[in-house]
Ligand binder design. Structure first.
Ligand code: CA
Length: 243
């Protein structure tokens, strides 16, 4: 197995060293950058498997770095933010980030996010290879060709919109999707008209999936931000991310 390479972009030397040291204990190969310009150069030169990116950089805004990287790379980006505003996380996710961590975070939290993200990457690579017509995740099965979804082998009776939302979450399994993104994909419209509808569809969908909202197995809520389908067997199940 080839070594996994992670690019750490952070202007605070102490934090950058701490993150790099934590990743190296797990035998990840680390490259670092202290600003946005260096981050773009390293990302191009090294083509890392994943990028940990601080949003508050001295030269370029972190959001701008995400946008530029996304013009040529789909590799996972985990945003590290000192900002507590949901708005920044949403902006970063809509620009193409996969996940976010809010400072201060623990080393264990950081490593857990990296593992989830790399698992998502491995899954995406498998999907591309097999071009799978059937999605399986724990007790959930979706047969794209017939447009049917099953829970523990029993067919789920979903409305067209519930099915579309379920497929969208499944195709992005492991990734946090913002409400704005989901609304745009499902209704093609704007946020204002559909935010209440999305909430209703999510509630009915979860009920059909027999989700206990306090301990979700499949769909995690990110309060004020959006939703993520958890990958069965190892993602941080049941943990609602409020950071
Ligand atoms: Ca910073």
């Amino acid at each position: 197995m080839s070594e996994t390479m992670i690019l750490v972009v952070e202007d605070d030397d102490a934090v950058r060293d701490l993150i790099a040291a934590a990743l190296e204990t797990q035998e990840y190969n680390c490259h670092t950058a202290a600003n946005g310009t260096q981050a773009l150069l390293e990302a191009t030169a090294q083509n890392p498997d994943a990028i940990l990116l601080d949003l508050g950089l001295p030269d370029l805004d972190g959001i701008e770095v995400i946008k530029r990287i996304r013009t040529w790379s789909n590799k996972p980006i985990i945003v590290i933010s000192g900002r507590t505003e949901d708005k920044d996380k949403i902006e970063a996710l809509d620009a193409g980030a996969d996940d976010y961590l809010t400072k201060p975070f623990s080393v264990n939290e950081l490593l857990a996010r990296v593992r989830v993200t790399l698992r998502r990457l491995a899954y995406m690579n498998d999907e591309t290879k097999s071009d799978s017509a059937v999605f399986r995740n724990g007790s959930l099965t979706i047969e794209y060709a017939s447009g049917c979804a099953y829970l523990d082998g029993r067919e789920l009776h979903l409305t067209p919109n519930e099915y579309k939302i379920l497929c969208l979450l499944a195709k992005n399994v492991g990734k946090v999707l913002t409400r704005t993104y989901i609304i745009k994909e499902i209704w093609g419209g704007t946020w204002e008209n559909n935010v209440a509808s999305l909430r209703v569809f999510m509630a009915t969908l979860r009920k059909k999936l027999q989700e206990d909202t306090a301990h979700p197995q499949l769909i995690q809520t990110h309060v004020g931000v959006g939703y993520r389908m958890l990958r069965s067997g190892g993602d941080e199940k049941g943990k609602t991310n409020r950071g």
